[in-house]
Design a binder for this molecule. Structure first.
Ligand code: GTP
Length: 366
């Protein structure tokens, strides 16, 4: 089966993590987000995938190639200007000759796509939209349906009292190719605000597929951290690479962990890491490959990308530290901080809660 994945967005809300890579390449437990998504699609026999790209397409193309190493066929189509969600699918129309799935390239979910397709066919739908419940529907697109699941109305970011339910558009669709005849070519056009409301006006059969399976979009650093915490806590079914080195602890090959370091699960440590004496890693934490953690440092609920260096006595708490960051002795990075690639933090620095540090920045300034 075929799917289009929309991976062209700039991912502004996830900055500084998306300053030099697209959202779909940010690592989730040490592998690009998109690799997890491809695994999930394969489980549902979706192995012919068209990637609609715009922002920083080369990093995706060079990592995944033709897809054969990942067990799928990948086709890349790069937009010359961002076409919006429906415009991007229109732009790959020449590859779509059968019923196909579409996914926002930033959702992590367990929705049963096989069952969703079965229902789509049974109902003779032109479009099926997977719905997911959320606590706060006011920042999403809410979908109102009748008792048979047929969509009646879309309400973008409703006020709480106006929201008919907490079921939102999850960014996963099944679409019949003829629907694309209503999308103007070469123009920015969205599913949510333009195409789907137009189909309702026409009276076309648009159905919902409500699901309470796991679902999150990694649009913001808070949700990025949340996904890691959920994965590590086992709220989503997932296996981790590496050897089990204790309750909830997975360590990949080539690591040198000092016997006086203390690891508490759930924690994942990538290849070739060096962990000094007196270090304490408390889950849920992920340490990317090639990281060096200096003696007596504390890592608590933090996500580290590859090749980061921590001096001695460093403390990281519930934060995200991107690739090749260097943090000097005794510095502290507090809750919700996000450090971009190649940030350099000197000794005895303290980053207050929620600080964002842009790639290549140094603190203090040289
Ligand atoms: P923000 O800038 O933080 O809002 O993120 P975003 O640019 O990714 O936008 P949003 O989260 O609304 O996009 C949802 C999905 O659609 C993401 O997977 C985007 O990559 C994708 N997307 C959004 N706009 C475009 C576009 O113009 N072209 C393509 N190909 N994909 C897009």
């Amino acid at each position: 089966m075929k799917a289009v994945i929309l991976v062209g967005g700039e991912g502004m809300r996830l900055r500084p993590l998306t300053c030099s890579i697209p959202k779909s390449m940010v690592p989730i437990v040490n592998r690009p987000f998109l690799e997890h998504m491809i695994d999930y699609l394969k489980e549902h026999a979706i192995d012919d995938i068209i990637l609609a790209l715009w922002y920083l397409p080369h990093s995706i193309q060079s990592y995944f190639g033709d897809g054969s190493s990942f067990g799928v066929k990948l086709t890349y189509v790069v937009e010359s200007s961002p076409l919006g969600t429906a415009g991007a699918v229109k732009n790959v129309e020449q590859h779509l000759d059968e019923t196909f799935f579409v996914f926002n390239g930033d959702i992590f979910t367990d929705i049963d796509l096989t069952q969703m397709m079965r229902l789509h066919r049974q109902r003779g739908a032109k479009v099926s939209i997977a719905l997911t419940p959320v606590e706060d529907p006011t920042i999403y697109g809410v979908v109102e349906t009748d008792s048979g699941g047929r969509v009646k109305r879309f309400i973008e970011k409703p006020r709480r009292e106006e929201a008919p339910s907490n079921m939102i558009n999850s960014g996963a669709y099944i679409i019949e190719p003829e629907v694309l005849s209503h999308v103007p070519p070469g123009l920015n056009f969205t599913f949510e605000r333009e195409l789907f409301p137009l189909l309702l006006e026409r009276g076309d059969p648009v159905y919902s597929y409500p699901s309470d399976a796991y679902w999150i979009d990694i649009g913001t650093p808070e949700k990025y951290l949340q996904l890691h915490h959920d994965l590590l806590a086992g709220r989503v079914k997932k296996t981790f690479p590496g050897e089990r080195a204790g309750e909830g602890i997975w360590v990949e090959e080539g690591c040198d962990i000092h016997p006086q370091a203390k690891l508490e699960g759930p924690t994942i440590i990538g290849r070739n890491c060096l962990i000094g004496p007196g270090v304490r890693v408390m889950g849920p934490s992920v340490i990317g490959q090639g990281c060096h953690i200096g003696r007596d440092s504390l890592i608590q609920g933090a996500i580290l990308w590859h090749n980061t260096r921590l001096g001695q006595g460093v403390a990281l708490k519930n934060c995200v530290v991107a690739e090749s960051v260097s943090i000097g002795d005794r510095s502290q990075v507090m809750e919700g901080c996000v450090l971009g690639n190649n940030v350099v933090l000197g000794c005895d620095e303290r980053l207050a809660q929620g600080a964002r540090v842009w790639p290549e920045e140094s603190h203090p300034l040289p």
